[in-house]
Design a protein around this ligand. Structure first.
Ligand SMILES: [Zn+2]
Length: 89
C-alpha cells in the first residue's frame, strides 16, 4: 500500500488586482437649478362674467396691486413686509 501523496493544495487564486482606491474628493453636488418661477398673477384674480374679484387681500401700506401672501396664520406683504396675523377661532 503505497501511501498516497496528499493532493497538492489547489493553487491559490491569483489575488485579484485591488482596484486602486480612489481618494474621496468632496463631491460638489450640482443640483439642476429649477427655473425661477414667476408669480402667477392670474391666480390672484377671479373673473366672473364682467366682474373681477381679487382673491388676496391688498396691502394697506402699499395700496392697490400689492397683494398679501397667505401663510398659515398670517398675511404678509412681500413688498414692504407688512404682516397681519389671522386669529384662529
Ligand atoms: Zn406692502
Amino acid at each position: 500500500m503505497s501511501k498516497q501523496q496528499p493532493a497538492p493544495p489547489p493553487p491559490a487564486p491569483a489575488p485579484a488586482e485591488a482596484a486602486p482606491v480612489e481618494e474621496k474628493k468632496p463631491e460638489k453636488k450640482q443640483k439642476p437649478k429649477a427655473p425661477k418661477r414667476r408669480i402667477q398673477v392670474y391666480k390672484l384674480y377671479k373673473v366672473e362674467g364682467e366682474t373681477l374679484s381679487r382673491l388676496r387681500k391688498e396691502c394697506p401700506r402699499c395700496g392697490k396691486g400689492y397683494f398679501m401672501a397667505q401663510h398659515g396664520n398670517r398675511l404678509t406683504c412681500g413688498h414692504c413686509g407688512y404682516t397681519t396675523y389671522t386669529q384662529k377661532t
